[in-house]
Design a protein around this ligand. Structure first.
Ligand SMILES: Cc1cc2nc3c(=O)[nH]c(=O)nc-3n(C[C@H](O)[C@H](O)[C@H](O)COP(=O)(O)O)c2cc1C
Ligand SMILES: [Mn+2]
Length: 526
């Protein structure tokens, strides 16, 4: 069953013993992090500990803060209403497997599925709880218990925001989770990395502002291509245009904080750019997402949000963002990002501020990443069908390590798969891919280490390439650009130039095993 809103979800967590209320006074500056970090690292009795609802925040009397709502495999399953994340993968597989119906009876059988698909699409409703309080004149971001997460952070950061933008060409909306550094009462950073969908919406606005609707440059004398190239560079902080010559304009942005868990989760899902996350959330919760119109923008936000920030990003403004203690376990360096100006805040009465911290794994976001890994497996198989299974170990922080098993049928196939992964949406960031044969359990790191390292001749089997690198990577030669490595640890074939015999793996005869099974008790070892 879908959760109506964050409060419905909190109620379920509490009834299942998955939530602790904290009534002791705690400071949102660093102290919440230290508590949430210890809880995330807990092993017994529950890995990942409980979700935490802080009810007494220093300097914010009456405020409530939720953290670690997704912080274990079990809570991640509960958030998406399943007993196993593979159930969702199975539902996707069923959808993808849809065959054209033959005859009336088969068409009839498809009706329930079509009715179900109708529930994926969001519906706009006249009003909702997020409009209980509307503030257009007097408001301040500092009213919310926003965390300073780690000692060297550049300030306070909103860490679990659903950032909603509209593609100016198609009108489609995107929901992405991009952290927001608080600069003052009404201004924040907008940390959409340049390869993300909202950054592309921003560039498209810039392109329109610079070139005009007919792709003609507005400032005289500039060739369209030169202008367009400069826009790309500009949004990555490298414009060569003089200050006064830069395109101006605003792009509306809405931010929802504290939605039902499926919607919050959908904001991190690396859906293809033209797929609205509202539909992803509708698919996950099997109930349509209800949206309400913004007060000051041509955008819609989830009606059930605890807090909504409405505002805009100025096309001609970048500002220093960071440092920020990130999910890599290191501080990400400062860089220039667009600036978000808040023009209106709406919220529920007594809003609950939902947040998270990132840092050295295991942390809450690792479980969200694991859910993405499971849910995306059938979609990866759609374009790379030889993939059997995938593991993104938590310590690989999503983009550093992917272990992939494949069913190999022709020479060179492991390398084909690597390149396929490097061209697959956000999997492009994967710094190291290890390819193993289908008989290796990718989730057993011991087995992967044993077989992969036994199987490689490093000089022959390691493939280096260059390309886009995650903005959080601090080791690449340049920000956002560097090298990646694929390790072909599959068994090598003679058709791949391997002419030596390949040894068998050691296993005992079944006959001897049966004999020892019979004798085992009499040995008195156990
Ligand atoms: C807690 C958390 C914080 C994140 N912060 C950022 C961020 O600051 N910038 C960013 O580009 N991606 C961030 N991400 C990853 C994006 O949410 C993710 O890449 C998502 O797919 C982006 O949506 P999009 O594909 O619609 O652009 C974060 C993810 C999580 C779980
Ligand atoms: Mn998206």
């Amino acid at each position: 069953m879908a959760y109506k809103d964050l409060r419905d979800w909190i109620g379920t967590l509490e009834r299942s013993g998955e939530l602790k209320r904290i009534r002791t006074e705690v400071d949102p500056i660093l102290e919440v992090t230290e508590i949430a970090d210890r809880v995330s690292k807990a092993k017994d009795p529950k890995p990942g500990g409980p979700a935490l609802l802080f009810e007494n925040l220093k300097g914010h009397s009456g405020s409530k803060l939720l953290i670690n709502q997704f912080g274990s495999e079990r809570r991640m399953q509960m958030a998406l209403g399943v007993g196993s994340l593979d159930e969702i993968a199975e539902r996707i597989r069923e959808l993808l497997n849809m065959k054209s119906p033959e005859g009336f009876l088969e068409k009839l059988k498809m009706l329930p599925m079509l009715a179900e698909m109708g529930k994926f699409f969001p519906k706009t409703v006249p009003t909702g709880p997020c409009k209980e309080v509307i503030k257009k004149d007097k408001f301040s971001l500092l009213d919310f218990p926003i965390l300073k997460c780690w000692p060297q952070d550049g300030g306070r950061f909103i860490t679990l925001p659903c950032v909603i933008t509209r593609d100016p060409r198609t009108g489609k909306r995107n929901v992405g989770m991009y952290r927001m550094q608080i600069y003052d009462e009404r201004t924040t950073g907008m940390h959409w990395q340049r390869q993300k969908v909202a950054a592309e919406h921003y560039r498209e606005r810039l392109r329109m502002a610079a070139l005009g609707p007919d792709s003609e440059p507005l400032s005289a004398g500039r060739a369209p291509l030169a202008a367009a190239v400069d826009i790309m560079a500009r949004s990555s902080g490298g414009s060569m245009l003089p200050e006064g010559d830069r395109p101006r304009g605003k792009m509306g942005v809405a931010v929802a904080i504290g939605t039902d868990p499926a919607l919050t989760f959908s904001a991190i899902v690396p859906a293809p750019p033209d797929v609205e996350e509202f539909i992803v959330a509708g698919f996950l919760r099997q109930e349509p997402v209800e949206l309400v119109k913004c007060e000051t923008l041509d955008l819609e936000v989830p009606a059930n949000s605890e807090i909504v920030l409405e505002g805009y990003v100025e096309l001609d403004e970048l500002r220093r963002e960071g440092p920020f203690g990130d999910h890599t376990g290191f501080y990400t360096l400062e860089d220039d990002y667009p600036v978000f100006h808040v023009t209106c805040i709406t919220h529920r009465k007594d809003p609950i501020y939902a947040t998270t911290i990132v840092g050295k794994p295991p942390m809450e976001d690792g479980w969200m990443g694991k859910a993405v890994e499971r849910i995306f497996l059938p979609l990866m198989k759609l374009t790379i069908p030889e993939i059997v299974d995938v593991n993104l170990p938590l310590e690989g922080v999503f983009h550093n390590l992917m272990i992939v098993s494949i069913r190999k049928s022709y020479p060179g196939q492991a390398r084909k798969v690597m390149h396929g992964i490097w061209s697959l949406g956000q999997a492009m960031f994967t710094k190291c891919i290890i390819l193993v044969d289908e008989d290796v359990n990718v989730h057993d790191i011991g087995e992967v280490t044993l077989k992969a390292l036994n199987n490689i001749d490093p000089e022959r089997d390691i493939q280096f390439t260059l390309g886009p690198i995650d903005s959080l990577d601090h080791a690449s030669r340049l920000p956002n650009y560097g090298s990646k490595m694929g390790i072909d640890a599959t068994r090598k074939w003679s058709t791949e130039g391997f002419t030596r015999p390949w040894p068998d793996e050691i296993t005992m005869d079944a006959r001897v095993k049966a004999v020892i099974d019979k004798k085992w008790k009499s040995l008195g070892i156990e």
